[in-house]
Write a protein that binds this ligand. Structure first.
Ligand SMILES: Nc1ncnc2c1ncn2[C@@H]1O[C@H](COP(=O)(O)OP(=O)(O)O)[C@@H](O)[C@H]1O
Ligand SMILES: N[C@@H](CCOP(=O)(O)O)C(=O)O
Length: 307
């Protein structure tokens, strides 16, 4: 049995649509082992959207590796332990894809390089901003090319915290992508280029005072916030409590606020505000640090199967 731990991820980070994302210390565990025959998939906690057959996302990711290297297990047991809430904009799908590819590569003899695994994952997900930080950790600036992902990984200091507001409803990434406009105004494109560039510079040089300006967006949040009634309230209360910017996590509906020192004070003030605005029943708040490791294997036990 091979056990892999893979982090959640928050993509876009405001202006960096489809090209910026950060891994977070919230994990799924993927356990895989070769068996004599068949496909056995178990999951806890379970969810109606988690397929237990060859449509399962982790299995489909693993099969891309087996197809790539030309090796197939006789049978496969997959056990999923899911801490990452599904369909909340925290990269649950990317965790399955990157974690499944990472686990399949270990099971099939480690023939793929990290670069090859990063590309396979981004190609399957369709964009690199969740799958790449899920694979290698850190805050990643990434572009999916024809045959590779061009990326830079930035190791995030523990002083920067991510306040994650998780609502009690789901919003599928596919739906939240389909509602985006096919064309935008030139001035809005220029707006986002500037903020994404400023974000990259501010986060890597520690100039966090620039982050509120650098996390503004005109490409996706104006359209997606219509699906999240409390979006402006949560963003505004976060900024008033001292956050260095607040924005949609990936395609949503979770919202993330960046917090520097004194995050305990921030957390208490925000929890009081959520309660006074009668939002606490529908929104959970968790303060996370960035994960800088990505997918990692934390146990390998022999199955005793003889080839
Ligand atoms: N732990 C999991 N195991 C199997 N499939 C999963 C898991 N998490 C997510 N998925 C699949 O991914 C879909 C959610 O993907 P998506 O809408 O992109 O949400 P997210 O914002 O969490 O990535 C689910 O409907 C399910 O099909
Ligand atoms: N860039 C993507 C990110 C999707 O992230 P997820 O965690 O919601 O799957 C987008 O904004 O569509």
């Amino acid at each position: 049995m091979i056990s892999v731990k893979v982090p959640a991820s928050s993509a876009n980070l405001g202006a960096g649509f489809d090209c910026m994302g950060v891994a977070l210390k919230l994990y799924n565990i993927i356990e895989v082992e070769e068996i004599e025959k068949g496909l056995i998939i178990t999951s806890s906690p379970d969810d109606p959207s988690i397929a237990k057959d060859e449509n399962n996302l982790v299995f489909r990711a693993m099969k891309t590796v087996f197809d790539e290297v030309g090796w197939y297990p006789r049978g496969l047991r997959i056990n999923l332990i899911n801490e990452i809430p599904l369909t909340r904009g925290l990269g649950s799908s990317a965790a399955c894809i990157s974690g499944g590819i990472y686990a399949a590569n270990l099971l099939s003899g480690g023939k793929l390089s990290e670069e090859e695994m990063i590309y396979l994952a981004a190609k399957m997900e369709g964009h690199p901003d969740n799958s790449t930080p899920a694979m290698i950790g850190g805050l990643v600036f990434a572009v999916l090319e024809d045959k590779k992902v061009n990326y830079i990984k930035f190791v995030v200091p523990a002083r920067l915290k991510f306040a994650v507001f998780i609502p009690d409803f789901q919003l599928s990434t596919e739906y939240a992508r389909n509602i985006l406009p096919k064309y935008i105004e030139f001035k809005d494109a220029v707006f986002n280029i500037g903020r994404a560039t400023l974000f990259a510079s501010a986060i890597t040089t520690g100039n966090y005072e620039l982050l509120p300006a650098a996390t503004q967006d005109r490409l996706h949040q104006p359209y997606r916030k219509k699906l999240i009634p409390d979006f402006d309230k949560i963003v505004n209360l976060s900024i008033e409590a001292g956050a260095k910017g607040a924005f949609l996590s990936g395609a949503g509906p979770s919202i993330i606020a960046l917090v520097d020192e004194n995050y305990e004070v921030f957390e208490q003030n925000v929890k009081n505000a959520l309660a006074s605005m009668e939002l606490a029943a529908n929104w959970d708040l968790v303060i996370l640090e960035a994960d800088n490791s990505g997918a990692t294997v934390f146990s390998v036990q022999s199955t005793g199967l003889k080839r």
